[in-house]
Design a protein around this ligand. Sequence first.
Ligand SMILES: Nc1ncnc2c1ncn2[C@@H]1O[C@H](COP(=O)(O)OP(=O)(O)OP(=O)(O)O)[C@@H](O)[C@H]1O
Ligand SMILES: [Mg+2]
Length: 267
Amino acid sequence: MDTLENYPSNMPYYRSIGNEVTLFEHAYRHQLPVLIKGPTGCGKTRFVTYMAAQLGRPLYTVACHDDLTAADLIGRHLIGHESTYWSDGPLTRAVREGAICYLDEVVEARKDTTVVLHPLTDDRRILPIERTNERLQAPPEFMLVVSYNPGYQNLLKGMKPSTRQRFVALRFNYPTPSIEQEILIGETDIDKSLALRLVNLTNALRQLKDHDIEEAASTRLLVYAAILIKHGFDPVDACRAALVEPLSDDIDTVNALMEVVLATFGK
Ligand SMILES: Nc1ncnc2c1ncn2[C@@H]1O[C@H](COP(=O)(O)OP(=O)(O)OP(=O)(O)O)[C@@H](O)[C@H]1O
Ligand SMILES: [Mg+2]
């Protein structure tokens, strides 16, 4: 396991949770696309960034949205001074360079957009570019990774089975308290006892299910709280700003969450 002392400074910090690093390495080696699902702020993006650095491949990240077209991924002709010229989209660039292409929140993309991924994500591994009459064969180093948050899915969205069944899939979640404590120290260098208090507080907040909270406090928010406290911000105010207010607009819910904060950090 990596510790902070032997962590190369140019490598993004990532604390593995289970077998995801090995699975990703296998997938890369055997040219299998990877799908990562999990709640907000649980480490999906950090993991992909870390794996790209670990494997020494460039990373092209696309934040998907419902206006995303196939041309946004593949490329388009642009108008130059005297003529038009072709400009590769991030997916095409990644295929040409043997890079990792990461489509974040892929369920947001329209189904007709994700269909362009099909010939690339089965054993053919080709990217046909109609506009330029090209048919790119992906090199072994090319890898496609997609992620989404299952909590935000609705029936109209979601991926077609024929798309999702082209990936090996990993489920992420918030880590166990001891690993989350380690992540907090790794990210912010706060002391052990403060990290433990924050992790215990966050887990207590995560237990409050009866309130108007769409999604539990994430590891990302925990890191925010730790940064504020580490740099001298009052702990109760830091927890309100980082762990409570981002979760709900409902004042009763906020008050209920603040009671838990006060039980941990109150004077
Ligand atoms: N396993 C981990 N190792 C190191 N840092 C982590 C880990 N998990 C979470 N983090 C911390 O949590 C933050 C949020 O993680 P990240 O941005 O990867 O979340 P995400 O799953 O991509 O969320 P979203 O779905 O909202 O994009 C990171 O910036 C990092 O500080
Ligand atoms: Mg992300």
